[in-house]
Design a protein around this ligand. Sequence first.
Ligand code: ACM
Length: 535
Amino acid sequence: MRLPGTLPRLFGSLLLVAAAGIAGIGAGAAPADLTPTVPPLGQVVPAPASVQAGGAPYTLTPSTRIRVDGHSPEARRIGTYLAGLLRPSTGYALPVTDDHLPGGIQLRLRPSEQGLGDEGYRLQSSRGSVTLTARRPAGLFRAVQTLRQLLPASVEKDTRQKGPWKIAGGTITDTPRYGYRGAMLDVSRHFFTVGQVKRYIDQLALYKINKLHLHLSDDQGWRIAIDSLPRLATYGGSTQVGGGPGGYYTKKDYKEILGYAASRYLEVVPEIDMPGHTNAALASYAELNCSGIAPPLYTGTDVGFSSLCVPKAVTYDFVDDVVRELAALTPGRYLHIGGDEAHSTSHADYVAFMDKAQAAVGKYGKTVVGWHQLTGASPVAGAVAQYWGLDDTSDAEKAQVAKAAQNGTKLILSPADRVYLDMKYTKDTPLGLDWAGLVEVDRSYDWDPGAYLPGVPASVVAGVEAPLWSETISTSDHIEFMAFPRVLGVAELGWSPASTHDWEQYRVRLAAQGPRMAALGIDYYRSPKVPWPTG
Ligand code: ACM
């Protein structure tokens, strides 16, 4: 399904002028002669930490080579990935070599470059070469995303395009503000296939997102095979919102997602939501219910009506089985146990349950993440709370989160009225919900995670995450229309220094991503707040 968007034609012709102004160098020839526009150095989302434009551009040619450090299989793999991105549109062979000769596109790992951290990089572009330097492979991978964005948008197409393929001259030195820059996909309300998840991973990687949170269970569906409790997936996963067939990931499927995410340097954060949001589990195993009677499967969109039976011992056998198997599958450090909207669990039961669930996560060597209601229980040392409140969340609830933060609980910020990607952009948005309000592109960008919640020390903010709940979302087109372009703003909040934060400049850089997203087949929302080019 193609969704309607508003194209602000009036602003288009201003774009090239404005974009060129950012980095102070020319934006290339006008589109009229079909010569692709060379993005100015720094016309990148998320904004790099430091941009020094200058000198002659680098030009890709049919004889360009991608030169990688010979001793690193990961550098070679990243070089091969880059070649795979550039070959279809340029039509060049772009061999990946470790011949140690100068020139071409150089990918270098330099562990001694402490200042570049785990994900930082330096990109140096001049007439003779483009050199990407990083301390770790993840940094090289992030550098490749910047390199892509410095080439004309048509480089993203999968058929041969006309060059020239130039990269503006100068140096970018770039490290992220936050280590946690996430996107969440709710695969429970509607199930998404491995292929759909991979497509989203590729799109997120372009903007340096480094966590994919998968909401694997909810009232409407259980989506991950658990060998010791097979009915969770085979029965609990057999439907979805609206009553479709649902689905679930076998362990093999899930490992395929993990491997793909790892190849794009995203860590998968699995979530099993408990003790509420558990109807699919309760329907699968009658003994999990206090009544001993299994409820029917649920295909509606209400929340807050289900709860695991906190006093029953069998509940903790379930928690142990699920957490053990999920932890064993998970290469990442986090395991998310939900904990939101437990409206059918008494407070005392909630606290008792969250104690036991957190202990299970610790037992299997993972770090607890929970929605911020966890701060109303007893977060264990090292736990991370994901804040999903609104501007008008009560002061008492915000103070509870702040108190936990002052006691060392780290925070991931996902304020629903800023970064919930399932909120409608305007009242006319054909998909999405509006319980947290309407969230236009400027609103999702224009806030500071470092100074967002009163009383929260900036040092406990681990980062930001943009959740996409899927009550109304069931296809890749839907994902893309709701996530893009808002997720770019969240990526920038997570990566770029606070000093670069400026909506007026951001909207121009964002506009320049329009043709790139279009070339990738992303059916993004043409927000009238953004001066998209018309060409
Ligand atoms: C949530 O939106 N219930 C975390």
